[in-house]
Write a protein that binds this ligand. Structure first.
Ligand SMILES: *Cc1c(COP(=O)(O)O)cnc(C)c1O
Length: 406
């Protein structure tokens, strides 16, 4: 009998999601290491020439690899673990969130197809949809996400994909995933959801009717600001078919080192984002109660314009909030400059709390009118809540609100 039991790559059906985040997908080597090994290798040896031939014919032994652009054991551990947690049949890990988004689009579309997307998107996703796809003969229509009639009106016979982000960056506007999925499926289109802000812990787009979920693993999945990464999750046929074919030939694979970091990130994901979310809720209440003129936008608060929808499709308000300062840009800058614990950075999902002024950074590229249409005013500050003591964060933000005279 072997000294070490073989790793159980797929856990039984009755195992809880939190346990999957710690164990699912492990491939344990002969050494019986407790922490997953980092297989930092590009290539793999074959025992003989006909074994190499068989591997290229797709007939190698189960769980065998050819080249790290196609797959790698450490990357596969990350993919299996996140797929199990998301409730997806399969996953493909990518070099960044944008590599995942790009693959979701270009692996499934061709000239003549049409895409409908919400207008409030992460800046680079908007670039791909608004600028890049039309260059390749794919027409796109952007709609105001909460307006379901707009989604229906935008559908065409050639609409192939529907893309949305909820909560949206940076306004935390929500989109009804189930309702949009029904409209899209009625017209024969598939739905891709950018689930970065909600995290895999607080929102399950596939259960709500989406066909594909994408993450920037750079954010909460790493959660400690180290590596770039992304992942696409969907049914086996889509991932092993067009997605894998596209990614393995175009080079968007995740590096084994980054996969190892992300894999270990998954082990603490629930713990981290639940704590971050509890602090975000406390911070949102503190901003709302502050005796000034700052307005807070947080999906977990009853005064969020779409609180009822948040209750229906999310299990928490998650880790992000937005603060609208009535004094415009100067108030926002005074607020940011007065923060002592919260850092100024456009990143998010980190253990360190981070604040950004979208109008002059992430959304600077847009015209003032386009920003206004998205609800991005000059006084809007976006806050990503980290793992510091919640009391310290409340004190820091309250002091900064005072300094900004709000
Ligand atoms: C960061 C982010 C992306 C892009 O991810 P990268 O890892 O930076 O490429 C896409 N969507 C959302 C909502 C994001 O926050």
């Amino acid at each position: 009998m072997s000294q070490h039991p073989p790793a159980q790559r797929r856990l039984p059906a009755d195992i809880a999601p939190a346990t999957r985040l710690v164990h699912e997908g492990s491939r344990r080597s002969a050494y019986g290491e407790v922490s997953e090994a980092l297989f930092l290798t590009q290539g793999f040896l074959y025992p003989n020439a006909s074994a190499a031939e068989a591997r290229f014919e797709g007939e190698g032994p189960e769980d065998s690899f050819i080249y790290a652009r196609y797959g790698n054991p450490t990357v596969a551990m990350f993919e299996d673990r996140i797929a199990a947690y998301e409730g997806a049949e399969a996953a493909f890990a990518t070099a960044s969130g944008m590599a995942a988004m790009n693959a979701a689009m270009f692996s499934q579309l061709k000239a003549g197809d049409h895409v409908v997307a919400s207008q409030a998107l992460f800046g680079s996703c908007l670039y791909v949809i608004e600028t890049l796809l039309p260059r390749f003969g794919v027409e796109t229509t952007l709609v105001h996400g909460p307006d379901l009639d707009a989604w229906s009106a935008a559908m065409r016979p050639e609409t192939k994909l529907v893309f949305l982000e909820t909560p949206a960056n940076p306004t935390l506007e929500l989109i009804d995933i189930a309702a949009v999925a029904e409209i899209a499926h009625g017209g024969g289109a598939r739905v891709v959801v950018d689930n970065v802000f909600a995290t895999p812990v607080f929102q399950k787009p596939l259960e709500l009717g989406a066909d594909m979920v994408m993450y920037s693993a750079t954010k909460h999945i790493d959660g400690q600001g180290r590596c770039l990464g992304g992942v696409l999750l969907s049914d086996e046929e889509t991932i092993r078919g067009p997605v894998e074919t596209y990614l393995k030939h175009t080079g968007g694979a995740m590096s084994p080192f980054n996969a190892w970091v992300m894999l270990k990130g998954l082990e603490t994901l629930e713990l981290r984002v639940r704590t971050q979310s509890a602090s975000a809720a406390r911070l949102a209440d503190a901003v709302a109660d502050h005796p000034g003129r700052a307005r807070v936008l947080y999906p977990g608060r009853t005064d969020h314009p779409q609180f009822e929808l948040a209750q229906r499709q999310m299990t928490s308000g998650a880790t992000m909030l937005a603060i609208e300062l009535s004094g415009g840009k100067s108030a926002a800058f005074a607020f940011l400059d007065a923060l002592q614990i919260v850092g100024i950075s456009n990143n998010l999902g980190d253990a360190k709390s981070l604040a950004t002024h979208p109008a002059t950074t992430t959304h600077q590229r847009l015209t003032a009118e386009a920003r206004a249409a998205l609800g991005i005013g000059d006084g809007l500050v976006r806050l990503s809540v980290g793992l510091e003591d919640a009391g310290d964060l409340v004190a820091d933000v309250s002091r900064a609100l005072d300094a900004a005279n709000c």
